[in-house]
Design a protein around this ligand. Structure first.
Ligand SMILES: Nc1nc2c(ncn2[C@@H]2O[C@H](COP(=O)(O)OP(=O)(O)OP(=O)(O)O)[C@@H](O)[C@H]2O)c(=O)[nH]1
Ligand SMILES: [Mg+2]
Length: 461
């Protein structure tokens, strides 16, 4: 963990720009002293009780007024950072907050780094790393459900489960290490079975957390969905129909869309980044060739691919060529233009390509038929189930990667135990799993990872 520098930091904690108020906050041992040296009110701040609010003015060293403020005194340890804090509520807008910040800097405070208030909260042990990261997710939440997941993590729901899991792994490791020291004749016959049972129980918990991670990550980061297919099947029309506005250019000419066009929307409450792409074919010019390359890249990078075909004319060889380049486990097939009659039904579509696709449905982008079913299919294909109230604890790729490491180590530990491997070797695997968990909660997180985490924050948080 990074050591707290101990100095007193200051930052503007509200967004810059037009607004009713701006908050400048100080944290650190000298907060009250520095605030008192720039503040004039009916009484000083140094003697004020915790969680009290005081009206007054902030003056610079030359005695010029910086702003009229409300000063909130927050005393250690019941504060966000656990240190003494003072918050100046200034007038909003571009200048008042900046002037008060400048005055505080001149009075001896240091400008806070990104996320340094939250980092101090985490260094003091008031928040663990999962909770600290959840603070950034609360601020960045794009949906109501995303906010609920982040708030649940901030309250410690996920941390509690991970800490429990880590404690039980450390117990298993201690048990294994005890076996190393004991003469093999003295080991209780039930030993390996008990170890195996504990390892399997831990794996069960890891699997349960991982099973809901796709939903959590989609709620936090959004789901990327690429619309692909041969020219003129109605990809851009489908994009516009889902967006309910005329975003992409639609013409009867094949090869209309050249660039990849991205738009953000909510599908059944899930934030989705929808990407319309150029029709895949042997390009007629350089620009189209570049467009097709972008379409392929979009399909490769998307969480879900929507392959559009013309259901009124049926599946043809060109569709099949495109389908061969897609991953069935990440792709749904949409038959469009059913208002012109359907040469192929929705349930025949997936079979027409002869692979296990995630699902298929028919629509008319022009008339809107089938779009509701398509919305349901997008969400269920990508996330397994629509976002309900179930606790989707994991929402951060860093946590998911760490839990996959935990799972792999536990698999190796179980196998070694079953094969009567030496307890000290099993203990190494269990220790690796415990370390990976510690990196999530912050007990064993390397310095550079911590730095990257707090760099994601805004200044003043
Ligand atoms: N009847 C009918 N026509 C449609 C439907 N969807 C699209 N079209 C028509 O099909 C033509 C091509 O539509 P686009 O949306 O531009 O097709 P695209 O797949 O984006 O084509 P490219 O960008 O060239 O790859 C246009 O004339 C649309 O009006 C539909 O559901 N029904
Ligand atoms: Mg198009």
């Amino acid at each position: 963990m990074r050591a707290s520098s101990g100095d007193t930091i200051v930052a503007i904690s509200t967004a810059l720009g037009p607004g009713a108020i701006a908050i400048v906050r100080l944290s650190g041992a000298r907060s009250l002293e520095i605030a008192d040296s720039v503040f004039r009110g009916s009484a000083g701040l140094s003697g004020a009780p915790s969680h009290s609010v005081h009206h007054g003015y902030v003056f610079d060293a030359d005695g010029r007024e910086a702003d009229e403020v409300l000063a909130t005194v927050l005393r250690s340890p019941s504060t966000y950072t656990t240190e003494d804090m003072v918050e100046f509520g200034c007038h909003g807008g571009a200048m008042p907050g900046r002037r008060v910040l400048e005055v505080c800097l001149n009075a001896g405070a240091r400008l806070a780094r990104r996320g340094e208030f939250t980092e101090r909260a985490s260094l003091s042990g008031r928040l663990d790393l999962v909770q600290a990261e959840a603070v950034a997710d609360v601020v960045g939440a794009k949906t109501r459900r995303g906010l609920e997941i982040a708030l649940g993590q901030l309250e410690g729901g996920l941390s509690g489960r991970l800490t429990e899991l880590r404690a039980s792994l450390l117990d298993v490791r201690a048990e294994l290490e005890a076996q190393v020291d004991v003469d093999s004749d003295e080991v209780e016959p039930g030993g390996p079975e008990a170890i195996l049972a504990a390892l399997e129980a831990s794996r069960g918990l890891v699997a349960e957390l991982l099973s809901r991670c796709e939903l959590g990550i989609a709620m936090r980061d959004g789901l990327s969905v690429a619309i692909v297919g041969r020219p003129n099947v109605g990809k851009s029309s489908l994009m516009n129909a889902l967006l309910m506005r005329d975003r992409s250019i639609v013409t009867p000419l094949p090869g209309t869309t050249r660039d990849a066009i991205e738009e953000f929307l909510h599908v059944r409450g899930v934030p989705v980044r929808l990407i319309d792409t150029a029709g895949w074919r042997d390009a007629v010019d350089e620009a189209e060739e570049a467009g097709v390359a972008r379409a392929r890249a979009a399909a490769a990078g998307a969480a879900l691919v929507v392959l559009v075909v013309d259901a009124s004319s049926g599946v043809d060889a060109d569709d099949e060529v495109i389908a061969r380049d897609l991953e069935p486990a990440r792709t749904i097939i949409v038959g469009n233009k059913i208002d012109l009659g359907a040469a192929v039904r929705g349930d025949e579509l997936a079979a027409a390509f002869g692979s296990s696709w995630l699902g298929a449905t028919c629509v008319s982008a022009k008339e809107g038929a089938g779009l509701d079913a398509l919305r349901d299919l997008i969400v269920s294909a990508a996330l397994g189930s629509p976002p309900g109230d179930e606790p989707a604890h994991l929402s951060n790729v860093r946590h998911v990667d760490a839990l996959k490491t935990v799972d792999a180590a536990l698999v190796r530990a179980s196998r070694l135990t079953r094969e009567s491997g030496p307890p000290e070797v099993v203990a190494v695997e269990v220790a690796e799993a415990a370390t990976a968990l510690g990196e999530v909660t912050g007990e064993t997180t390397p310095e550079d990872v911590l730095e990257r985490i707090f760099e994601r924050f805004c200044v003043g948080k």
